[in-house]
Ligand binder design. Structure first.
Ligand code: AMP
Ligand code: FES
Ligand code: ZN
Length: 320
C-alpha cells in the first residue's frame, strides 16, 4: 500500500524518517531538510551576513548537499568552495571532477589545493612512513590544518564542513570510550576563533543523518562521488558507524537522543568542571608560523611533512 506524504497529504511518500516516524514526498523532505539546516545555523549563530565563508567540499554527498543548501538559503552570501587534492590515485581526480561540476552548478569560485603541487608529496607517500598502510588519521590532520591555513590565507572569516549527525555521534562514541575529554570538548557545531590565525569552524549539517544527506543529494541531482578512498575500507570509524546503525534498528531515535543529551546535559557539566583549569598556551610553529599547542617544536602538520619528506629524501639517496 502506498501512503501519502504526512506533510502535504497530496503526493506519494517516498522516504520514511524512522527517527521522527515521518513519511514524506521528495518536495516536503527537501523543504524540511533545508529548514533543519537553517534552524541549526540560526540556533548556533553560525553565519552572519558579512561572513566570507569557505565551504570544504570533498565530492561526497554531505559537503555537496551543504554547499547547495547554503547557496539556496543565503544567495547573497560570499561563499568559496575549497577542495584538497590529496593525490589518492583515481579517487582524488574523480572527486575533483565532482566538485568542479558542483562549482559550475552553483556559480561559485572553487579553490583547488593540490598536496603534490604545493607540498611535493601525496597521501600515498605517507604509506612509507610510520603512518603505514592506514594513513587516515594523518590525512585527517593534514586536511584540518589545510582547511584553516587556506581559509586564513584567503581572508575567509569561517569555514564550513559537511560533518553530519552520524559522523558526530560516531566521533563522540569513540571519545567517550577512550575517555578523551579534550577532544570531546572540542567537538562542537561551532568552534569560535581562539587565536588570530584560527578561522572559526561550523558544521551546519550536524542535525542530518547520512541517509538524509544521501536522499537530499540524489533528489537534487547533485554531482557526488561514486568511488571510495582505498584506505577507508574496514576502518575503525566505519565499523563504529555500523554498530551505531545496529542500535538504531532497535531504537530509531538513538543518535538524536545521544547528541541531544551530550550537547544539552553532559557537555555543560564537563565545561563547568573544566572552568577553572588554565587555558593551554598557544605557540607559533617555528616552521610554518601557524598556532600549535607544542612549545619550541614543529606543529603536527609540519611533523608529518618533515617525516614524509625525510622518507622521500632517503629513497632518492638510496636510488642514486
Ligand atoms: P571526512 O573526514 O572525509 O568524513 O569529511 C568530513 C568533511 O570534511 C566533508 O564533509 C568535507 O566538508 C570535508 N572534506 C573531506 N575531505 C575533503 C577534501 N579532500 N577537500 C575538501 N574538503 C574535504
Ligand atoms: Fe584521507 Fe583516504 S581520503 S586517507
Ligand atoms: Zn607548522
Amino acid at each position: 500500500m502506498t501512503s501519502k506524504c504526512r506533510r502535504c497529504g497530496l503526493n506519494r511518500a517516498e522516504i520514511y524518517l524512522a527517527h521522527s516516524n515521518l513519511n514524506l514526498c521528495p518536495d516536503c523532505f527537501s523543504l524540511l531538510t533545508e529548514r533543519k539546516v537553517k534552524n541549526t545555523i540560526e540556533s548556533y549563530k553560525m553565519i552572519s551576513k558579512d561572513d566570507k565563508l569557505g565551504v570544504a567540499v570533498s565530492g561526497g554527498k554531505d559537503s555537496s548537499s551543504l554547499a547547495f543548501i547554503l547557496s539556496n538559503l543565503y544567495d547573497k552570501l560570499d561563499m568559496t568552495l575549497i577542495y584538497i587534492d590529496l593525490g589518492v590515485p583515481e579517487y582524488s581526480k574523480h572527486c575533483l571532477e565532482k566538485v568542479e561540476d558542483l562549482a559550475k552548478i552553483l556559480g561559485k569560485d572553487l579553490v583547488v589545493y593540490s598536496l603534490e603541487d604545493k607540498m611535493g608529496f601525496t597521501i600515498m607517500d605517507l604509506k612509507k612512513t610510520i603512518y603505514g598502510r592506514k594513513p587516515c588519521s594523518a590525512c585527517g590532520a593534514i586536511k584540518r590544518y589545510l582547511f584553516n591555513k587556506i581559509a586564513y590565507d584567503f581572508g575567509l572569516t569561517k569555514i564550513a564542513t559537511g560533518h553530519n549527525l552520524d559522523d558526530t555521534v560516531e566521533a563522540l562514541f569513540n571519545f567517550y570510550i577512550e575517555g578523551n575529554v579534550k577532544s570531546l570538548v572540542r567537538l562542537k557545531p561551532y568552534l569560535p576563533k581562539t587565536h588570530p590565525k584560527i578561522v572559526p569552524k561550523i558544521k551546519p549539517l550536524i542535525g542530518l543523518t547520512d541517509m538524509e544527506c544521501l536522499f537530499y543529494a540524489s533528489y537534487k541531482g547533485l554531482p557526488i562521488r561514486t568511488l571510495e578512498c582505498q584506505f577507508s575500507k574496514g576502518s575503525r570509524s566505519i565499523r563504529r558507524k555500523e554498530i551505531l546503525n545496529m542500535i538504531v534498528e532497535k531504537i530509531p531515535n538513538f543518535k538524536h537522543a545521544f547528541i541531544n543529551s551530550h550537547y544539552k546535559r553532559i557537555l555543560p557539566l564537563i565545561e563547568q568542571a573544566l572552568k577553572n583549569q588554565e587555558m593551554p598556551e598557544i605557540y607559533d610553529c617555528p616552521l610554518c608560523g601557524m598556532p600549535t599547542s607544542l612549545k619550541d617544536a614543529p606543529c603536527h602538520f609540519c611533523k608529518i611533512v618533515s617525516l614524509v619528506k625525510g622518507e622521500l629524501e632517503n629513497k632518492r639517496m638510496y636510488a642514486s
